[in-house]
Design a protein around this ligand. Structure first.
Ligand code: 6PG
Length: 250
């Protein structure tokens, strides 16, 4: 059974702050206990404010994050070059990477400019090598920070797509017919293996889907976010009050 912790903040800015706090604490904890913090982040638009806070010299986070012990990964990427407006890497570079002391060799981006199957295979190798995995071992990220689409997708695990059935890979290409596009995504068993797994979600537009995912019937083909049931038994939801409007009070 998974226990879900809801943390509801009054505004999107306060939600972003809760995200920056979680990121900083998880990185600190991991660096202290294992000398390294491996964090997988999401794209989309929601994490941008949180990245801005992490990189802001007027905030405490920039000084608190152990940047010299951080290895950064993504949960998913769009199949576009890294300078494209749609690129999750590009957003992160502009909001965070260009402003913090994180060496390029510890920023592991998915290569959206390559054919999706090649990019997925290469990213799986990158993860195998940097985590020093052997045989059938799969990675345990210290923190997986997820977003959620208003259709219930998370990472690039979209409703009714092939990747929902993928159990044996770490990273897969995923054709998303409803968007007429390909994506590259971590698989859900790997996300669930994270030491900490959290959703950062804001806005009225997400209120209904949050209700359906957490209170509705279990239909992961329809709401892939329902596949996120961390092995740790703990799932954190960082929400603003608009997104949380249709959930019971925490
Ligand atoms: C992506 C994502 C995706 C995202 C949700 C929410 O590449 O699009 O990582 O899973 O988190 O679509 O996106 P918004 O934050 O833009 O609402």
């Amino acid at each position: 059974p998974v226990s879900v912790t809801y943390r509801v903040s009054p505004t999107p800015a306060a939600t972003a702050r809760a995200g920056a706090q979680l990121f900083t604490e998880a990185a600190g904890k991991a660096a202290q206990s294992r000398g390294l913090a491996r964090i997988a982040i999401s794209g989309g638009t929601t994490p941008k404010t949180m990245f801005g806070l992490l990189a802001d010299p007027a905030e405490p986070f920039l000084k608190q994050v152990p940047w010299d012990k951080l290895e950064l990964y993504w949960v998913d990427e769009r199949c576009v070059p890294p300078d494209n407006a749609e690129s999750n890497y590009r957003m992160t570079k502009e909001a965070l990477l260009s402003k913090v002391p994180l060496p390029a060799e510890r920023v592991h981006r998915m290569e959206g400019e390559l054919p999706p199957d090649v990019a997925a295979a290469r990213y799986e190798s990158t993860i195998r090598n940097t985590f020093k995995l052997e045989g059938a071992e799969t990675p345990t990220f210290d923190l997986v920070l997820l977003g959620m689409g208003d259709d219930g997708h998370t990472a690039s695990l979209f409703p009714h797509t092939e990747a929902l059935n993928e159990m044996s890979h770490i990273v897969v290409p995923n054709h998303v017919p409803q968007k007429d596009t390909w994506r590259i995504t971590l698989t859900w068993p790997v996300i669930n293996q994270g030491r900490e797994v959290a959703f950062l979600i804001e806005g009225t537009g997400k209120a209904q889907v949050l209700h359906d995912v957490f209170l509705g019937p279990y239909q992961p083909e329809v709401h892939p976010s329902q596949l996120i049931r961390p092995a740790s038994g703990q799932l954190t939801l960082l929400l603003d009050s608009a997104a949380a409007a249709k959930l019971p009070a925490p």
